[in-house]
Design a protein around this ligand. Structure first.
Ligand code: SAM
Length: 216
C-alpha cells in the first residue's frame, strides 16, 4: 500500500477509543472476551488497510467480535474515521506489527483469521515478512482455536502460489482453493470485497483464495 504520511494520525490513533492503547496491549492475552463484554467468537483481520472489509463484516455479523490489525497509523486512521461515522460495539483496532501477534492474543483465543491482499514482499530474502509465510503460520497456529480457519485472498498469483507451498511444511492443510473467486458462486457466498479486491477485480485480475486449518 502506498503510504502518505497523514499529519497527526499517530496522535489521533493514540487518543481514539476504538484503538487499544499500546500500553494496554500486554494485558490483552486471554482477556478479549472481557474487553468486548461478551463471549462471542473473535475474528481478526491482519493488515486490514483502511478497514472496509472488517467494518462491513462487523456490521453484518453483530454476534462476532472483530479485531482489525494494521501496522501504520496513516492507514489505520481511515478505519478509525469509518468508526467515527458509524460506531460498532463489536469492532476494535490494534496498531501493531503482526510479528508480535502472540503478545496480544492468548493460545486458542482467536476463532478465525483473515489475510486480505497481504503485501507481497517480492524479494526472496524478505519471504519471512509475507503474512502467509510459514513463520507467520507458526504464530497463527498458537492463537487460533483448534479446528479454526485462516482465509487468504489476493490477486497476486506469485504470492498465492508461495502461500499454498508454505501450508504443508507448516503443517496446515487447504480445505478450499480457488484461482478465480468471483467466478465461484459457492465461495462467493457472503464474500465482502476489500478495497484492494474492488480495485484489482475492476482491472480484470482474478482473485485467488484459500481456506486453511492447522493440523493437530
Ligand atoms: N487488506 C486491505 C485490502 O485488502 O484492501 C489492505 C491491503 S494492503 C496491500 C496491506 C496492508 O497490510 C497494508 O495496510 C500494510 O500496512 C499492512 N501490513 C503489512 N504487513 C503488516 C504487518 N506485519 N502487520 C500489520 N499490518 C501489516
Amino acid at each position: 500500500m502506498r503510504l502518505r504520511n497523514i499529519t497527526g494520525s499517530r496522535e489521533a490513533i493514540a487518543g481514539s477509543p476504538y484503538v487499544v492503547p499500546e500500553a494496554l496491549m500486554c494485558q490483552c492475552p486471554g482477556r478479549w472476551r472481557e474487553m468486548f463484554g461478551n463471549g462471542n467468537p473473535i475474528h481478526i483481520e491482519i493488515g486490514m488497510g483502511k478497514g472496509k472489509f472488517i467494518h462491513t463484516m462487523a456490521k453484518g455479523h453483530p454476534h462476532i467480535n472483530y479485531v482489525g490489525i494494521e501496522k501504520y497509523s496513516s492507514v489505520l486512521i481511515r478505519a478509525v474515521h469509518k468508526m467515527e461515522a458509524e460506531e460498532l460495539p463489536n469492532l476494535k483496532f490494534l496498531r501493531m506489527d503482526a510479528e508480535d501477534i502472540g503478545k496480544v492474543f492468548g493460545a486458542g483465543e482467536v476463532d478465525r483469521i483473515y489475510l486480505n491482499f497481504s503485501d507481497p514482499w517480492p524479494k526472496d530474502r524478505h519471504a519471512k515478512r509475507r503474512l502467509p509465510s510459514r513463520q507467520f503460520l507458526a504464530r497463527f497456529r498458537v492463537i487460533l482455536k483448534p479446528g479454526s480457519r485462516l482465509e487468504f485472498k489476493t490477486d497476486n498469483r506469485e504470492l498465492f502460489d508461495f502461500a499454498l507451498e508454505e501450508l504443508s511444511p507448516a503443517g496446515w492443510a487447504a480445505d478450499e482453493v480457488t484461482y478465480d473467486l468471483h467466478s465461484d458462486p459457492r465461495l462467493m457466498e457472503g464474500n465482502v470485497m476489500t478495497e484492494y479486491e474492488e480495485k484489482f477485480s475492476c482491472l480484470g485480475n482474478p482473485i485467488c483464495k484459500y481456506i486453511s486449518r492447522p493440523g493437530q
